[in-house]
Design a protein around this ligand. Structure first.
Ligand SMILES: [Zn+2]
Ligand SMILES: [Zn+2]
Length: 609
């Protein structure tokens, strides 16, 4: 399918969120609460989907998307079909559009935005932010009831930060966010009063891209101030954004916000749960709890004596049950513990209520890495690696692996005739066998593989005779990304038909923040992979994290097998396989679905067919 114009998931999410905001601002009847949640939920789903909603609609499967209910689906249908939705337009008219513009400023909620728009007649959405900044600088906000000097200077600062950021995509690939957070966590743990630190939000859920870094720490009440001060002295910070009583924000290079929240041990579990999200998960969980007469907050769980008791009173109530850890929090609700990676508002709560949360794969289950580039000069068509075969095996050994796969890129064949290509491949095999024949046996074995280009017509880049000198092939698309879905699917299936292909490498070809993946007919790819015993790759390279998690989960329903690989070009990149495991966990994978959790013997016979 060619890329559709207009109505990307991001735009749809924004639209749905604006509808929710309108309902919120007009909220009188309690019925609106459910509408608001329905739209919020659907918006969050749209944001996290790895496929375009419009494409799903074209396939007639819009109603199969979790959280998209009948009425939202009907409105989206009209939107996709005609380019507009009369219902959304009618609703959105009730609130000046400047309100939605102001809400893009961090810290600016619907009610505050609405009030400022009304108060200062900010009727032009194109200039609303600039106008508000002028008004704030003129000191006109501070004198409003419920605002004051502090809130005025916060607004100016937020607008300035928004202006500095708005032209770039603030989300970074998970591995970068993770590495950055690890450094700050280590720093915090050096403080004697800090007992424990955890990531929160999308970082803890291991979403492929992360915006701000949110952290939580266990600290006794009396040391809170000391720890906040310590945090704001972190050497990597370029600014302190704000430092409150129990939380603080700093900015670290290159302009990433890091928030820290402190909590005493007794209520730490509830807080962790609350700020891990996702929003959709927490909304569903609140609904679930409500049916049991329980109300949830960042402080814990409270029994609602009266089902009709007003939400406003929750914070005032004293009898809140607190939780030091999340497990007991979920158990108290009658649910199995839900790992953070699954908290996306799909069907995890239903599954947890039936004790059907799977035992997710963990990094310790991995016994090998089948996609590694060496420094051997195979005259490759792409970049080659920096370490020798021997160094790769040693690194595999140090990671506790039983095997590694050498998968250099195929030689570039322009200028070589087919006989010469075969000779180049044979020479490499002889070289590898020789290197290891003079070396004492190690517990980490190797397979000779090759990452071979899938040409635009679906043929592989080398003559078949050349494949006599490899144990297995990873087939991957490295060119002509713009083909339509049908042609691309045919192309990939043809490549997968070669007998030595055991893995389809980085199956969508996406590069996070740079290139969207190409479209494939996944039902066909999944079925073909299952029938022909081919594993789909979960590539751990920071900008790839490909196959994406939602597709991983879809594949599970077909019985697809996966290979989680590092695609390392240096030995130290092999550590990055951890991130592929994160993707696998978000895709609900158990150990059984992943081929490189197998023993060497089992792997050997799978590769030999
Ligand atoms: Zn590749
Ligand atoms: Zn590669």
């Amino acid at each position: 399918m060619t890329k559709q114009k207009g109505f990307s998931n991001k735009e749809v999410a924004e639209l749905l969120r604006n509808v929710a905001t309108t309902y919120l601002l007009q909220s009188k009847a309690p019925i609106n609460r459910f509408r608001i949640m329905a739209y919020e939920n659907a918006a969050s789903t749209a944001e996290h989907l790895t496929r375009e909603l419009k494409d799903i609609w074209e396939e007639g499967k819009l109603r199969e998307v979790p959280t998209i209910g009948e009425s939202i689906a009907a409105n989206l249908e009209e939107l996709f079909k005609t380019g507009r939705s009369s219902y959304f337009e009618k609703i959105l008219k009730r609130v000046p559009s400047s309100v939605f513009v102001l809400m893009k400023i961090p810290g600016m909620g619907p009610k505050k935005s609405y009030r400022l728009v009304k108060e200062f007649h900010l009727n032009n959405p194109n200039t609303a932010i600039a106008d508000l900044k002028k008004i704030a600088k003129a000191g006109k906000i501070a004198v409003l009831e419920n605002f004051g000097e502090k809130s005025q200077s916060d607004i100016i600062e937020s607008i300035e930060r928004y202006e500095a950021h708005k032209h770039r995509d603030d989300r970074m690939p998970l591995p970068y966010a993770h590495a950055l957070a690890e450094k700050i966590i280590r720093y915090l743990l050096e403080h004697p009063r800090v007992k424990r630190v955890d990531a929160l939000g999308s970082l803890r859920r291991k979403v492929a891209t992360v915006g701000d870094i949110d952290l939580a720490a266990v600290v006794k009440e009396k040391y809170v101030k000391e720890v906040i001060e310590y945090f704001t002295r972190y050497s990597g910070k370029i600014a302190v954004d704000n430092a409150g009583r129990k939380k603080a924000s700093i900015i670290v290079s290159p302009n990433i916000q890091v928030d820290l929240r402190l909590q005493k041990a007794a209520s730490y579990g509830s807080m962790l749960q609350y700020f891990t999200g996702s929003k959709a998960h927490n909304i569903n969980l609140r609904e679930y709890a409500l049916k049991k007469g329980l109300s949830l907050s960042e402080y814990g769980i409270r029994k609602l004596k009266d089902q009709n008791s007003k939400i406003k009173n929750i914070e005032k109530q004293k009898n809140i049950k607190t939780f030091s850890d999340e497990k007991t929090f979920y158990h108290y609700l009658g649910l199995q513990y839900i790992p953070p990676e699954l908290r996306e508002g799909t069907d995890e709560i239903i599954k947890a209520s039936k004790n059907q949360i799977p035992k997710l794969l963990s990094i310790g289950d991995v016994k090998g890495d089948l996609h590694i580039h060496s420094s051997y000069d195979l005259k490759p068509s792409h970049d080659f690696g920096q370490n020798t075969y021997l160094e790769i095996v040693k690194k595999g050994f140090s990671l506790g692996y039983k095997y590694v796969g050498f998968t250099d890129h195929n030689p570039k064949i322009t200028g070589l005739n087919s006989k010469e290509v075969v000779a180049v491949m044979k020479k490499r095999k002889d070289y590898i066998d020789k290197v290891f024949s003079t070396h004492p046996k190690r517990s980490c074995q190797y397979f000779i593989g090759l990452e071979v280009d899938i040409l635009p017509d679906g043929l592989l880049a080398l003559p078949e005779k050349a494949f006599a000198y490899v144990d297995f092939l990873i087939a991957a698309v490295h060119s002509s990304f713009g083909l339509n879905q049908k042609t691309m699917t045919k192309r990939v299936l043809r490549a997968m038909s070669y007998p030595k292909v055991k893995i389809l490498g980085h199956p969508t070809g996406r590069l996070l923040g740079k290139r969207e993946g190409y479209e494939l007919n996944w039902a066909e790819i999944f079925s073909f992979a299952v029938q022909n015993d081919i594993a789909l790759e979960i590539n751990s390279w920071p900008q790839r994290l490909d196959l994406p998690d939602a597709l991983v989960r879809e594949g599970v329903r077909y019985g697809v097998k996966y290979a989680i690989n590092s695609d390392a070009h240096r030995c130290r990149d092999m550590d990055g396989l951890y991130y592929g495991v994160s993707v696998a966990r978000r895709g609900w994978l158990e150990k059984e679905s992943v081929v490189n959790t197998w023993s060497y013997q089992k792997m050997k016979s799978w590769i030999a067919n």
